[in-house]
Write a protein that binds this ligand. Sequence first.
Ligand code: HEM
Ligand code: HEM
Length: 191
Amino acid sequence: MAIKSTETQWGGMAKLLHWLMALAIIGNGIFGLIMVEMPRGMGKLNAFALHKSIGLTVLALLLLRVSWRWFDRKPRDEPMPRWQSLAAHLTHGVLYLFMLALPLSGWIMNSLHGYPLQFFKLFNLPALAEKNEDLSELAETAHETLFWVLLLVVIAHAGAALVHHLFERDNTLLRMLPFARLRQRKSGDSP
Ligand code: HEM
Ligand code: HEM
């Protein structure tokens, strides 16, 4: 598998970043919902620290992904009506915004609470805002709401990919999957 994307296929790097980040974001969201229900104690503190470190990793991977996306080429869209390709591009843009807003809102909320922030016990990171208990409640609601809205957008995004795969029978999903072989277009199909 080539590391760079081609005219018809996403490259290895784009695929790796896509699936690694999808797993980290959804996994960390579910972990976040579980950890807030844990009884107070060392276990909860460790869970919070791990959640924050995974979230910061997502932020770092986003920087790498955006830089790579700028350097890499982008495969041309599979044949589809113009409204569908516009909707897909809009959804991708919205997903990028969420990938930034979710960890950043967590970082801001953490700062407003006055909690410390460490990256996997390796080094400390600065607060992004001064401690403020009133605003921290608002930031907490924003952080959680962002996750639920992201989940809805991801369901629409994954649903659209599955519809293309099962009903349009094109390569939209296959070209993002690792090690999948692309379907050959029949000569009568539109370009
Ligand atoms: C992929 C990134 C992230 C996702 C998907 C995510 C998602 C979530 C979710 C769903 C919750 C549970 C909300 C609730 O039920 O109250 C939560 C809680 C929390 N998150 Fe994140 N989060 C991410 C990144 C971060 C980061 C980077 C930080 C801090 C630097 C952070 C700090 C927190 C804290 C402190 C809580 C607990 C809030 C409370 O005390 O109720 N999160 N997160
Ligand atoms: C948190 C979860 C997810 C996020 C944030 C996300 C984000 C994105 C983004 C931004 C793109 C545009 C390509 C790029 O710039 O890398 C993309 C492409 C794609 N995603 Fe996701 N995605 C997620 C989950 C999923 C899931 C669960 C599926 C399962 C079907 C999926 C299937 C695809 C496919 C097939 C493409 C390629 C579309 C094309 O070539 O036009 N994604 N995704």
